[in-house]
Design a protein around this ligand. Structure first.
Ligand SMILES: CC(=O)[C@@H](O)[C@H](O)COP(=O)(O)O
Ligand SMILES: NCC(=O)COP(=O)(O)O
Length: 237
């Protein structure tokens, strides 16, 4: 079964745009869970452009499904995650000024660093996942870090699929096959949408979780949040 984790970054973007507390991020997280989401994902960036560190603390008591905090493991981020102890932490090698996540880890070059930071999170009972490109060498490197799971970075698939290129799924299928052999859990995310999620899901064996935000929030502007979450859940069955 593939769990749907709703990334609520863009709710925070809208909230911050007027300087107040509308829409309320915590209430939105409560509502998406009530509508059937099986997880809530946030990605507090160092500039707090959308999710603030305080949001991460505020959400802890209200997320009763799976709580996934994503980010680059800079000291401030690591400290915050160790204090909150979410269900899962997803490590993403974002640069501070990145407009959005745009690359997976070089799990070979950063092996020693990842081993240490993953060990610390696991010692605190936090499930670990690392954001990776669909590259077999990176999957092998991920196994060496001791991570529980990988998150396949799906932007390349989403873009090519939107152009009609279904072959773009092939690297992801190969990487999923290797991950299953290595007993690495498989998550996926970035630019997944109502248009591409069913095709992705049906081709990826062992997909445990998808985290979806940008498209889901945009689709909800037209179709409604509860309706859209139901549509994703149906496509993930
Ligand atoms: C890692 C990833 O692709 C997403 O988790 C990320 O949260 C998107 O960040 P923005 O919402 O800032 O684009
Ligand atoms: N890890 C991916 C995520 O949380 C949401 O990415 P997107 O759907 O906003 O592109």
């Amino acid at each position: 079964m593939t769990k749907l984790s709703v990334n609520i970054n863009k709710i925070a973007t809208l909230r911050n745009s007027r300087g107040g507390d509308i829409p309320n991020v915590v209430q939105f997280a409560k509502d998406v869970q009530r509508f059937g989401a099986e997880g809530v994902t946030i990605h507090p960036r160092p500039d707090e452009r959308h999710i603030r560190y305080q949001d991460a603390y505020d959400l802890k008591s209200e997320v009763y499904t799976e709580y996934n905090i994503e980010g680059n493991p800079i000291p401030k981020f690591v400290d915050m995650v160790l204090k909150i102890k979410p269900t899962q932490v997803t490590l993403v090698p974002d640069s501070v000024d990145a407009i959005t996540s745009n690359a997976g880890w070089d799990t070979i070059k950063h092996k020693d660093f990842l081993i240490e930071v993953i060990k610390e999170f696991k010692a605190n009972g936090i499930r670990t996942s690392i954001f990776v490109d669909p590259d077999l060498r990176q999957i092998e490197g991920a196994k060496a870090t001791g991570t529980d799971r990988i998150e396949l970075y799906t932007e390349a698939f989403a873009h090519q699929y939107s152009l009609g290129n279904e072959d773009a799924i092939k690297p992801y299928m190969e990487c999923a096959g290797l991950a299953n052999t290595l007993q690495l859990g498989i998550n996926a995310g970035h630019d997944l949408s109502l248009d591409n999620i069913a095709f992705f899901k049906e081709n990826i064996t062992g997909l445990l979780e998808v985290s979806i935000g940008h498209a889901l929030i945009a689709e909800s502007l037209y179709l409604g949040v509860e309706n859209v979450i139901g549509m994703y859940l149906n496509k993930l069955k």
